[in-house]
Design a protein around this ligand. Structure first.
Ligand code: ATP
Length: 289
């Protein structure tokens, strides 16, 4: 990833992991006492990547991300390595999706060229990436459930992801499938609403062999639009004054994504549990070694 990002004019950044607020909302955030004040462990470098786009145009970060996942699942750990990038001057989220595919291709080619022996020992199954199919969220729900409950659904559940993985393999012979245009009423608040249908957002997930490995999209760069969307999602823009200064003083159209490294590896190495692809996993019951 470093090689690819640098060859494509992305600047590496290191954003703080002790932060004043979470970017992703929800309850899965670790609180800590910061000299008597409340602080958090970052749930994503989102705000910092966006601010850095204002002056570096294209940025990336490979760093820990903290999620206080309270349930033991085979796909969640409480500290994972986020592969994140954010790029300015895009025309649409499709620019971000194209960049992701080019990056994954480059990573897979690189490991095939340089790590044949290790790939054999680990019984890795490195995918051949051809054309990656894409399906809109509403169409995916229709396909999976015949429209049943589609009005109420805001996200895919693990079973939906597995079934979409099978669909991509059978219909397109692809290990990957993009799901796009998630409902705009759902977080994140920084996702730009679709110009064609404001009930949808320019947000996508990438599934790899039936598991979500990426969330990404085009972000809101206009100050008023961001303030309005925060209000629409029941958030108080005053709580985000500092972040909103970037929008106020000038952000280019931009978008980006985050990939979970352990999830990517889990699928590459055909493991059933994410703990097998983390060096020292952190989960609800594990803090050692
Ligand atoms: P999920 O719906 O599977 O819980 P999410 O929607 O919370 O994931 P995002 O906030 O979109 O995930 O994070 C982007 C990526 O980071 C995910 O696609 C995944 O690869 C990875 N990721 C998120 N949470 C975790 C976690 N607890 N453990 C490992 N990887 C994670």
């Amino acid at each position: 990833m470093h090689k690819f990002m640098q060859a494509n004019n992305f600047t590496e950044i290191h954003s703080p992991k002790i932060v004043a607020q979470g970017a992703e909302g929800g309850a899965n955030i670790f609180r800590l006492d910061y000299f008597g004040k409340s602080a958090f462990l970052n749930q994503s470098p989102q705000f910092y990547k966006q601010m850095a786009v204002a002056f570096f145009d294209r940025v990336y970060e490979i760093a820990p991300v903290y999620r206080a996942e309270k349930h033991a699942t085979s796909r969640h750990i409480n500290e994972y390595i986020g592969l994140d990038f954010e790029m300015g001057y895009i025309d649409s989220m499709y620019d971000v999706m194209k960049m992701e595919i080019a990056m994954l291709k480059s990573i897979f080619e690189y490991i095939k060229e340089n790590y044949q022996n290790e790939l054999k020992i680990l019984e890795a199954d490195v995918p051949e990436i051809k054309e990656v199919p894409s399906i809109k969220f509403a169409d995916a729900i229709e396909l999976l459930r015949g429209g049943e409950g589609s009005g109420k659904k805001f996200d895919l559940d693990p079973e939906d992801e597995v079934n979409l993985g099978k669909y991509a393999k059978e219909k397109y012979d692809s290990d990957f499938i993009f799901v796009t245009h998630f409902p705009s009423s759902k977080p994140p608040f920084y996702a730009m609403n679709s110009r064609e249908d404001p009930r949808e957002a320019y947000k996508f997930d990438l599934l790899f062999r039936g598991l979500e490995i990426t969330s990404g999209g085009q972000r809101i760069h206009d100050y008023n639009e961001q303030v309005e969307k925060m209000k629409a999602q029941g958030l108080d823009p005053a709580d985000f004054k500092n972040y909103l200064e970037a929008h106020k003083y000038g952000l280019p159209p931009h978008g980006g994504l985050g990939i979970g490294l352990e999830r990517l590896l889990m699928k590459l190495l055909n493991k059933n549990n994410i703990r097998e692809t983390s060096l020292f996993p952190r989960d609800i019951n594990r803090l050692l070694p």
